[in-house]
Design a protein around this ligand. Structure first.
Ligand SMILES: Cc1ncc(C[n+]2csc(CCOP(=O)(O)OP(=O)(O)O)c2C)c(N)n1
Length: 634
């Protein structure tokens, strides 16, 4: 039995000796590595916060004091010391522990949104609430230097600076990296703080020396203390946080638990907002992670614990996009690429290696990425902004007002669209095709396979007077699905028998649409399957096809409210097409984490479930009943 087995609440940590705490840290690292090696998840970030998390939980009293993790991907250690060590083997498995904090799991968790740069705002609000309610509670926010590049973090700091009564301790976990090294003016300023003479230490040293002089020391020290600000400015002119009016402590070695505890205890006593600047190493204590150049095992796939070798992934959609971008870059000098701190995950690393001057890593700043892209377009270039679908939500207003209103030719490429699964509710890319529907002039494409991805990307960058979007899912694309014909700009994938059912299958659902057709044909039902390719605007040819069929079925890997099906239905209605319509998409809920295939099965986006519903609908249509009266499988 290890020490970790005896930790059921953070209070248990207080009874441990230094040696036991060191042993506990080693046990935790071992468990993190072994678990993530099989279950996948965030390893590097968690290995980097072991001592810092232990220190926080020894100095503060969670859940009375609240600990808010920015993004939440680095909260595994927190889970392990808040009673969830025994369940850790279920990490990211359906019904098991979430890869992020989760209110349902523990009273120690409060913020479970995995979108970055929000922790300081939550913490600002929490601390103000406790002040107003007269509750003696502290709030600790842990934020990485990567998350600190997001605009919201600075909006929060701007407000925290004028909330002197907020009992708020902000731990800046500075490992110098997001996935890749954090870059930009902020990163430079943090480096300056990190490498500057530590003025607090200088003061301590002076104090020790002066105090050693009998009779003179203390008075001279007091005088010196009054000069502290001046001395600090001389030694640390880049007082990034203090210039904002915030108390700053550090830099501190975040792997020196005792030192962290010391500064956290000081910060706690201050009873106002304090920044604690902790310097850590991502992947600390696991050699393969520390040596991993691309992202220090930020979120590896399954790997071998001994060697750190990752199991081969196979070619995913991102790889096809990566190659298409390089070809595009060669062909068109005006194409530039933007990533929001995710150059490798979105596949822009190859483009960056080839065209470094035409690649911009803007930090975790999707809003800035969109408006900066508008500027680039106004300046005569064609930007391709590549982000995960879920993170584009951040930049909705920028897409609407800054890009679309100004008719800028900007292409947004949305990776990990649709159900992503393992990362839970906030990572599913199920909102984009709904929120983007309301943007005037925007055109949206959903490729069904890798060939169509290249084709549609090429078409998208040809548009220079409106935003275009190309979205595709996580994982490997299917084998190419060849079209049997064209209807307007849409591809006809199946045309079989009478015009009974028209299946409009969007993007990754094309494969499902074709399988549905096989099942229906086997039952003697005539089917046409179309892949619209461009889902916005609705292709008039699809409207005409809908008019000719007896039932229209739309299938999309997107929320069912306001998405492609909903807009198609509205368009058909406006065109006076009265063909019965069935809409299939993702129910508008926050989906718990599970494998993508398991979720699609649960929500009925499989060929079997869909075909069953269609057969029932066609039976009622044949019997002269409205299919809408028929109960659908959920
Ligand atoms: C709005 C948003 N964009 C992108 C991401 C993807 N993402 C997750 S963690 C991460 C890097 C975080 O870096 P940092 O805050 O320094 O933490 P570290 O992993 O280095 O500990 C990014 C870009 C996200 N979670 N949220």
């Amino acid at each position: 039995m290890g020490i970790l087995d005896s930790i059921t609440t953070p209070r248990d940590l207080r009874d441990l000796s230094d040696a036991q705490l060191d042993e506990l840290a080693a046990e935790i690292r071992d468990l993190l590595i072994r678990t993530v090696a099989t279950n996948t998840g965030h390893l590097g970030p968690n290995l980097g916060v072991v001592e810092t998390t232990l220190a926080i939980h020894r100095v503060f009293d969670s859940p009375r004091d609240r600990v808010v993790f920015d993004t939440g991907h680095q909260a595994y250690v927190h889970k392990l010391v808040t009673g969830r060590a025994a369940a850790f083997g279920t990490l990211r498995r359906e019904g098991g522990l979430s890869g992020y904090p989760s209110q349902a799991e523990s009273d120690h968790d409060i913020v479970e949104n995995s979108h970055a740069s929000t922790a300081l705002s939550y913490a600002d609000g929490l601390a103000k609430a406790y002040t107003i309610r007269g509750e003696d509670r502290h709030v600790v926010a842990v934020i990485g230097d990567g998350a600190l590049t997001g605009g919201m973090a600075w909006e929060a700091l701007n407000n925290i600076a004028i909330a002197p009564r907020s009992r708020l301790v902000i731990v800046v976990n500075d490992n110098g990296r997001s996935y890749t090294p954090t870059i930009g003016g902020l990163a430079t300023a943090l480096t300056a703080l990190r490498t500057n003479p530590r003025y607090e230490n200088v003061l301590d040293m002076v104090k020790r020396r002066l105090n050693a002089v009998p009779g003179v020391g203390p008075a001279a020290y007091d005088a010196l203390h009054a000069m502290k600000k001046g001395l600090k400015d001389a030694l640390a002119p880049q007082g990034l946080f203090e210039d904002l009016g915030l108390k700053y402590v550090g830099p501190v070695d975040g792997h020196d638990r005792a030192a962290m505890e010391h500064v956290l205890a000081q910060a706690k006593k201050f009873n106002g907002p304090v920044i604690v600047h902790a310097i850590t190493r991502k992947g600390y204590g696991y050699d393969p992670a520390e040596r991993h150049e691309a992202d220090q095992f930020h979120a590896p796939g399954p790997f071998d614990v001994q060697t750190g070798a990752e199991k081969p992934k196979g070619r995913i959609w991102t790889d096809h996009f990566a190659e298409a971008m390089v070809e595009l870059g060669q062909r068109r000098q005006d194409v530039v690429a933007i990533t929001a701190a995710m150059v490798h995950p979105v596949g822009l690393d190859k483009f960056q290696a080839r065209f470094p001057d035409r690649t911009f890593d803007v930090g975790i700043a999707e809003q800035h990425a969109a408006t900066s892209a508008a500027g680039l377009a106004m300046g005569g270039l064609h930007p391709v902004v590549a982000v995960y679908a879920t993170f584009l939500n951040r930049a909705f207003d920028q897409v609407l007002m800054d890009v679309a209103l100004h008719r800028c030719g900007v292409t947004f490429v949305l990776d990990r669209a649709g159900v992503t699964g393992d990362d839970g509710a906030s990572h599913n890319g199920m909102w984009d095709m709904s929120v983007l529907q309301v943007v005037p002039g925007l055109r949206l494409a959903a490729p069904r396979d890798a060939t169509r991805l290249r084709e549609l990307l090429d078409e998208a960058v040809e548009v220079d007077d409106a935003p275009t979007v190309v979205r595709f899912p996580k994982g490997p694309p299917p084998d190419d699905i060849e079209a049997v014909g064209r209807a307007g700009g849409a591809d006809v994938l199946v045309r079989n028998g009478l015009k009974d059912v028209l299946v409009v299958a969007v993007g990754s659902m094309a494969q499902v649409g074709v399988e549905v057709a096989d099942r229906l044909v086997a039952q003697g039902i005539g089917v046409t399957v179309v892949d619209p390719r461009w889902v916005k605007p609705v292709d008039p040819a699809i409207v005409e096809l809908a008019r000719e069929h007896r039932l229209v079925v739309s299938i999309e890997d997107n929320g069912e409210v306001g998405g492609c099906g909903a807009v198609l239905l509205q368009t058909l209605n406006a065109a006076g097409v009265e063909t019965p319509f069935r809409l299939h998409g993702i129910p508008q809920e926050f989906l718990g984490h599970a494998k993508r295939a398991a979720i699609l099965e649960r929500i009925g986006l499989t060929s079997q479930a869909l075909a069953l519903g269609i057969v029932e609908d066609m039976t009622s249509i044949a019997e002269g009943r409205s299919p809408i009266d028929v109960e659908q499988p959920s």
